[in-house]
Design a protein around this ligand. Structure first.
Ligand code: PMP
Length: 396
């Protein structure tokens, strides 16, 4: 059985171009980039190239790129590092949105427990943050605003430039988690007014365990990881050289191929959604209709349990993910789907499909064929009723 992977928002394969660049740094060029001898200098020069490539991809300067272990660390660092640096000024208010990744939301909770005030902005039914709501909440105590560029569950792309400008006009710092947006959305930190930006390797055909935080020159931040003098004294620990090389190459490729990849993905995504809508009744497409990631499809199926759907597709060799996070034994509706005001019934029938640029129409036809059969089977056994009919895009 050929397996079909439709969970690219969770992780992606490492492309051969990226892997080829990384390989020598595991075997031949194994020096510590912080050593002064030739081995060290060679590794350090590889880091310079990686920094340049990442900087170019987001319109930053190379010295504004700091390597981390991934987006989780970058998000923790951006929030905790700023909170700690400015704690003595008395400013203790941070604004974020209700649909951020847990690495932002849990860090905000951590800061809340340490006396910071956090505002979690609501989003509309498409998943968009309102500028009016943001303005209403910005006050003289606000230190930082952190709003993700694109959501990992429903794919909605925020109006980051407008948000950043609103924040800047009030002299407040702005951070964005661009983990899902790199390679899909054109980002230029200078033009957009972004002070800090998070990115990660494994979402863009690079390796896991490596990420970066862009910190604009002049922004003061406390370190999160204490240790040696690496990363301009701001992030202790020997840099993961092979990972950084991979991240640099992955960013370069993501940026180089952004137009062609996005066009291809959008075409395939729309073909996929249209086919599902034609062949399966009582389905809802979540997220913004146009302003969303080209690879992202979030679908709610009436009278179906998302987890059962995911598991039955898995038995057919098709990997998708559920739109609802689960705690042991009891399915909890996803907080993102709650924030866009999806009914609990529909939220529990939601799956996320995130395609790669390599998907073919034949594969999509095959997946939809299996989806039709599995949904039909689950509905025939379902005790759920058609109470949410008003919410669907296609009632046949
Ligand atoms: N932010 C977003 C929006 C993400 O999608 C993810 C990965 N699911 C992360 C942060 C965390 O990324 P990492 O695995 O690199 O820590």
């Amino acid at each position: 059985m050929n397996k079909i992977y439709l969970d690219n928002a969770a992780s992606t394969f490492v492309s051969s171009e990226v892997l080829n660049e990384m390989m020598p740094y595991f075997t031949l060029e194994y020096g510590n980039p912080h050593s002064l001898h030739s081995f060290g200098r060679e590794a350090n020069s590889a880091l310079d190239t990686a920094r340049e490539r990442i900087a170019k991809a987001i319109g930053a300067n190379p010295e504004e790129i700091y390597f981390t272990s991934g987006a989780t660390e970058s998000n923790n660092w951006a929030l905790i590092g700023i909170a700690e640096k400015y704690a003595s000024t008395g400013k203790k208010h941070i604004i974020t949105s209700q649909i951020e990744h847990p690495s932002v939301l849990e860090t905000c909770k951590y800061l809340e427990n340490r006396g910071f005030k956090i505002t979690y902005l609501p989003v509309d039914s498409d998943g968009l943050v309102s500028i009016a709501e943001l303005l209403h909440n910005l006050d003289s105590d606000t230190l930082l605003v952190s709003v993700m560029s694109a959501n990992n569950e429903i794919g909605t792309i925020q109006n980051i430039k407008a948000i950043a400008q609103t924040v800047k006009e009030r002299g407040v710092l702005f951070h964005t988690d661009a983990t899902q947006a790199i390679g899909a959305v054109n980002i230029n930190v200078k033009e957009m007014g972004i002070d800090m930006l998070t990115l990660s390797g494994h979402k863009i055909n690079g390796p896991k365990g490596i990420g970066a935080l862009y910190i604009k020159n002049g922004v003061e931040i406390a370190p999160l990881i204490h240790g040696g003098h690496q990363e301009r004294n701001l992030r202790g620990g020997t840099v993961n050289v092979a990972g950084a090389v991979g991240l640099g190459k992955a960013c370069e490729i993501a940026c180089r191929d952004i137009i062609i990849n996005s066009q291809k993905l959008r075409k395939m995504r729309d073909y996929f959604v249209d086919k599902v809508m034609q062949e399966i009744p009582y389905v809802k497409l979540n997220g913004h209709k146009y302003q969303r990631l080209p690879n992202s499809i979030n679908l709610s199926f009436g009278m179906v349990e998302g987890e059962a759907l995911m598991m039955m597709l898995d038995l057919e060799g098709i990997a998708v993910s559920v739109g609802s996070a689960c705690s042991v034994g009891s399915p909890e509706p996803s907080y993102v789907l709650q924030a866009i005001k999806l009914s609990p019934e529909l939220a529990s029938g939601t799956i996320r499909i995130s395609i790669s640029k390599n998907i073919s129409k034949e594969e999509i036809d095959y997946v939809v064929e299996k989806l039709v059969a599995v949904v039909k089977k689950l509905r025939s056994m379902s005790p759920l009723t058609k109470s949410s009919i008003g919410e669907f895009n296609n009632v046949q």
